[in-house]
Design a binder for this molecule. Structure first.
Ligand code: PLP
Length: 390
């Protein structure tokens, strides 16, 4: 690789050379039979990643925010009511999106770093009804993993459609679409799927597609799933030119996901998260997110007293590890460390060593080797991504 920097931010995540090689294949016609076949396979692989038999996948050039918009505008009309469960910046984005489309919105908002208790949702649902409820599976600003199953238990049998934002979860955390009864799962390729950014990914249930079909129009053109449906059913058809290379790369990333197998992939993410946090805590660092709702895909870590965010991230970058800063109320108080996608033991050790050395360079005195040895117990159980270590 030309640049061997470890990009350990919560997306984009490191892209394996096998996926980069797929991205670099010659750009072909979007109706070339080989591309059409690959697109069809990628759609099917995405549906299988979501553990769905009958969900309708959509893969469209754009980003996670476009996927959020597609999920919303196709099932909630202007003037209807939306309930947003927000655990931070990206939950709040759903309230902003609703505002942009004249959708009236109630927000159940947790304190940053904590999850909205299911009882609060129960109270809200007892007091009224909504066209849909949005849940952010993992909010990338706070590192909070939602108690999705608890929320879904309360929503079962009701008319509200459930929209799950899986951008910081899909491919790293179990998200069984059919079994959970999700109506729209939206996500993006650049996090736990470990492909480059540039696509909006959605899976719509039968109920969600029926909701769209029941409307003559929606306040969107590019984001209207009805206009994309023919292409998703037959990727040889045209609506808007697909980003050919990105889709080939997504196909390769999803092949790697399925070669590893979903249970093994979720287990690896969990073990890496546990190892990473054990290592960080051995350095005297405190995790911002409440222990009851820490995500397996990233950690949000409070900065030690006297250490400036920019200084720490400059030191780790000098050691080849790029971290992300805090967002919103924790900007300057915390850093965010992504640990998802196709990473393994080597990356965990490299990150922990870089942070330990950086803290030392900034005048702190962590015990030498403390982080890696605290992580080692958990790392011993981390299995390699098989496809990438032949
Ligand atoms: C949970 C979550 N939802 C939505 C988004 C928006 O995705 P994008 O930046 O690709 O538009 C992000 C981006 O980080 C995210 O973390």
């Amino acid at each position: 690789m030309i640049d061997e920097t470890l990009t350990m931010i919560p997306g984009p995540t490191p892209v394996h050379p096998r996926i980069l090689a797929a991205l670099a294949r010659p750009t072909v016609s979007h109706v070339a039979p080989a591309f059409v076949k690959g697109f069809r396979e990628a759609l099917d692989a995405f549906r299988r990643l979501c553990q769905s038999e009958s969900g309708q996948p959509f893969v469209v050039s754009g980003g996670g925010t476009l996927a959020m918009e597609m999920a919303l505008v196709n099932v909630v009309a202007p003037g209807e009511r939306l309930l947003v469960i927000s655990h931070g910046y990206f939950g709040d984005r759903y309230a902003e999106l609703a505002g942009a489309f004249g959708i009236s919105c109630d927000v159940l908002r947790s304190e940053w770093g904590r999850a909205v208790p299911p009882e609060e949702l129960a109270r809200k649902l007892a007091a009224g009804s909504y066209a849909a409820v949005t849940i952010t599976h993992v909010d990338t600003s706070t590192g909070t993993a939602s108690p999705v199953e608890d929320y879904l238990r309360l929503l079962r049998g009701r008319d509200e459609l459930v929209i799950l934002d899986g951008v910081c979860a899909t491919g790293g955390i179990d998200e069984p679409f059919d079994r959970w009864g999700i109506d729209v799962l939206l996500t993006a390729p650049q996090k736990a799927i470990a492909a480059p950014p540039g696509l909006a990914l959605c899976l719509f249930s039968k109920r969600a597609m029926e909701r769209r079909r029941s409307r003559a129009s929606v306040p969107a053109y590019y984001a209207d799933v009805n206009r994309w449906l023919a292409v998703m059913e037959d990727p040889g058809r045209y609506y808007s030119t697909p980003c050919v290379n990105e889709i080939v790369a997504l196909g390769e990333a999803l092949r790697i996901v399925h070669e590893e197998g979903l249970p093994a992939r979720f287990k690896r993410h969990h073990r890496i998260a546990t190892a990473m946090r054990a290592g960080l805590q051995a350095l005297g660092l405190e995790i911002f997110t409440n222990a009851a709702c820490c995500a397996d895909t990233l950690s949000v870590v409070l900065l030690p007293k006297g250490v400036a965010d920019a200084d720490l991230r400059k030191e780790t970058a000098a050691r080849g590890v790029v971290l992300a800063g805090g967002l919103g109320p924790i900007a300057g108080k915390a850093f965010r460390l992504g640990h998802m996608g196709n990473i393994g033991v080597g990356e965990v050790a490299a990150v922990l060593e870089a942070i330990e050395e950086s803290l030392r360079a900034l005048g702190l005195a962590p015990a030498p080797g403390a982080a890696v040895s605290a992580a080692a117990r958990h790392l011993a159980e981390v299995e390699l991504v098989p496809a990438l270590h032949r």
